[in-house]
Design a protein around this ligand. Structure first.
Ligand code: G3I
Length: 448
């Protein structure tokens, strides 16, 4: 789709604006029992990364539309998706997300204009002068297409190295244009869409460390010289190797004190149950404690489509059930879960979720592990089903009791049926592939 077509289509689609307004009104009329409405009560947005190819899945779209007030295209606005060859822009997938968001009254974060990754090879082969022109053309092409429709853009993403040096990361932009490329990108972006907030976005900058110090120094310098920057994004991808830093709030605050907004842009925390919930609480509380922390975005709707799927890092499990982490976030935002919702604390209904990971793999077989996590109430037993591809057979199973019907294995506890609210257990099994490497399907977990 060309830029011109999109502008004409948008201007001609007056009904879309009316529909968006109606949906927005419906959102605000709800009690604060969704992430988006509870965050709005705190003057913040609560967003998620979205993939265009999942929008047709009814449960995905229903969860997205019910819970979130902002979306970030997970891959669809990146350079490889939007300008795969020089001067030829393709906006089809990104337009689908923007159109969907607008029809639901949601805001859109733009991700991302200048990044070393997901960069088509033609960019890396340009000489310095051509590269500068191509960078500015890309910013103008993308921001021009969505002018007035994006609340914040990640103008430059991940330009600093990990580790202790605080140095810039090697990239075509850094190596050929030098340190000035970031400033140039922000100046071009401001002219392209003066209404959009312009952010620098990075990871492992969530606490005070050498990398965040280097970003801090850059932002301070930009502010002192009038380089247009409005916000800093803290990706916040956490796991046991990279836990929520104890100085997270303090770090957000020191950036805010430079006169920029801060946003939590790609939040996910590997884990499960009450420990994961407690970590999510820390993040939300840190944002709420910093008045210039304007919103939070989790990096996906459901564990099953996460880039770290095996770490189950999100708020909804693979069946779109609310996890303890969801309840914790909603509560930290001041929202109230409906005690009638399955999985919510106090609903009196035992519930559980089941997530699957392949833990070992060899040519003729693999090991699978299913993690069972209790919902908001304690449980005394659980049942999970594993449907195997037709050729495969199970040669061993541990920490569970199987019963078979065709290729469907129903597993109940052996010794591990009793779980506290939010606690986890699991069972493992060894599969003979017999020529099929496909993954088993895990059914809905039931609890008593
Ligand atoms: O679309 C192709 C598909 O056609 C192909 O069959 C398949 C085979 O691997 O690949 C598909 O592309 C994948 C794409 O996600 C869409 O699913 C790429 O291989 C895969 O590399 C890409 O991963 C994305 C990653 O960025 C790439 O850097 C993740 O989805 C996305 O969540 C992740 O997001 C990044 C942020 O942009 C920046 N911060 C870190 C964050 C996590 O890595």
């Amino acid at each position: 789709m060309s830029m011109t077509v999109r502008r004409l289509t948008r201007a001609a689609t007056a009904g879309l604006v009316a529909a968006a307004a109606l949906t927005a009104a419906a959102h605000s009329a709800e009690a604060a029992d969704t992430l988006g409405s509870a965050a709005a009560g705190q003057g913040r947005y609560f967003g998620t990364a979205v993939a265009a190819n999942h929008l047709g899945e009814a449960d995905y779209a229903a969860t997205l539309d019910r819970e979130f007030s902002s979306v970030t295209p997970e891959n669809e606005m990146k350079w490889d998706a939007t300008e795969p060859s020089r001067g030829t822009f393709s906006f089809g997938s990104a337009d689908r997300i923007v159109d969907h968001a607008q029809s639901q009254g949601m805001d859109v974060r733009g991700h991302t204009l200048v990044w070393h990754s997901q960069l088509p090879s033609w960019v890396g082969s340009l000489g310095a002068s051509d590269l500068r022109t191509a960078m500015n053309d890309h910013i103008n092409g993308l921001m021009g297409h969505y002018k007035g429709e994006i609340h914040s853009w990640d103008v430059v993403n991940e330009a600093f190295q990990d580790g202790g040096s605080g140095a810039r990361r090697s990239s075509p932009f850094q190596d050929k244009l030098g340190n000035g490329f970031i400033e140039e990108a922000f100046r071009t972006a401001r002219a392209a869409d003066p209404a959009a907030k312009l952010c620098y976005n990075d990871y492992n900058t969530d606490g005070v460390n050498a990398k965040s110090n280097a970003v801090y120094d850059m932002v301070k310098d930009f502010k002192s010289r009038g380089v247009p920057i409005d916000c800093v994004g803290f990706q916040s991808h956490f796991n046991s190797n990279s836990p929520v830093p104890s100085d997270y709030r303090q770090n957000l605050q020191r950036f805010a004190d430079l006169g920029v907004d801060v946003q939590i842009t790609e939040l996910d925390i590997e884990g499960s149950g009450s420990a994961q919930a407690a970590d999510y609480t820390k993040v939300v509380e840190a944002c709420l404690a910093v008045s210039r922390c304007t919103g939070m975005t989790v990096w996906g709707v459901t564990d099953k489509y996460s880039w770290r799927s095996s770490g189950t890092p999100l708020l909804f499990d693979g069946n779109y059930s609310e996890k303890p982490a969801y309840d914790a976030v909603l509560s930290a935002l001041g929202g109230s879960g409906d005690p009638g919702d399955p999985g919510d604390p106090g609903d009196g209904t035992p519930s559980c979720t089941a997530t699957y990971t392949r833990t070992a793999d060899w040519s003729s077989g693999y090991n699978g592990q299913v993690t069972i996590t209790a919902g908001g109430e304690p449980i005394s037993s659980w049942t999970a089903t594993v449907t195997l591809p037709a050729q495969q057979s199970v040669s061993a199973l541990w920490n569970g009791t199987p019963a078979w019907s065709g290729n469907v294995m129903t597993v109940r506890p052996s010794w591990n049926g009793t779980l506290a609210a939010g606690a986890s257990t699991g069972f493992g099994f060894t599969v003979a592939k017999n020529g099929s490497d496909a993954a088993p399907a895990i059914g809905i977990c039931t609890a008593s």
